[in-house]
Design a protein around this ligand. Structure first.
Ligand code: AMP
Length: 212
């Protein structure tokens, strides 16, 4: 299954992507995670990306399209993949089409802006990639990752000002992708629920319908 996850920042793409990856045994490719990894390593890519990310803007298309091209050509992606956070604009979707990649389903997780803002203020993440929320997905021990025991932290771009910009960017550049993929007949939508497990149930039901 070749799947794209769409949704506002904080809609739960990363969380659901991990569940789908486990159930269908396909790799998840998260451009945000890859860019944050590059920032941590201090590479040229990271240095370029950081300014855009801290401002809540999109990193230029040629950079992210290059990253995706490299990943999709690997053996691990041969039997399917989940794209989490890519494409994020019409030109990126067109670039994916131009690579000859045939996507089976685009799943949009819908969450209203006021809920997104509340969610982002409680998000805590780990360097291992795990993501928590102080109220909705609390770790077993406060401030500590369940998976690797490291200390959790707040993502630099989860501050209120950057979140507002990321939401603006989402509505202006990413949301039009729903119409783009609806026209191709491959868009499915689910309403993000308060409980992660409830959203996961809706996500699996939508994917099972596609696979039926
Ligand atoms: P995310 O972790 O998906 O919320 O992404 C965090 C930030 O990384 C975004 O706000 C963008 O600045 C950047 N980013 C991630 N994916 C993309 C993409 N496909 N195109 C452009 N910028 C991206």
């Amino acid at each position: 299954m070749k799947l794209i996850l769409l949704g506002a920042p904080g809609a739960g793409k990363g969380t659901q992507s991990a569940k789908i990856s486990e159930k269908y045994n396909i790799p998840a490719i998260a451009t945000g995670d890859i860019l944050r990894g590059a920032i941590k390593e201090g590479t040229e890519l990271g240095l370029t990306a950081k300014g855009y990310m801290d401002a809540g803007k999109l990193v230029p298309d040629e950079i992210v399209v290059g990253i995706i091209k490299d990943y999709l050509s690997t053996e691990a992606c041969k039997n399917g993949f989940i794209l989490d956070g890519f494409p994020r604009s019409i030109p990126q979707a067109e670039a994916l089409d131009a690579m000859g990649v045939k996507i089976d389903v685009v799943l949009s997780i819908e969450v209203p802006d006021d809920k997104i803002i509340a969610r982002m203020s409680g998000r805590r993440v780990c360097h291992c990639g795990a993501s928590y929320h102080v109220d909705y997905i609390p770790p077993k021990v406060e401030g500590i990752c369940d998976k690797c025991g490291a200390e959790l932290y707040i993502r630099a771009d989860d501050c209120a000002e950057t979140v507002a910009n990321r939401l603006k960017t989402f509505h202006a550049q990413t949301e039009p992708l729903k119409t783009y993929y609806e026209a191709k007949g491959i868009l499915a939508t689910v309403e993000g629920q308060e409980e992660v497990a409830d959203t996961t149930a809706l996500v699996f039901a939508a994917l099972d319908r596609v696979n039926a």
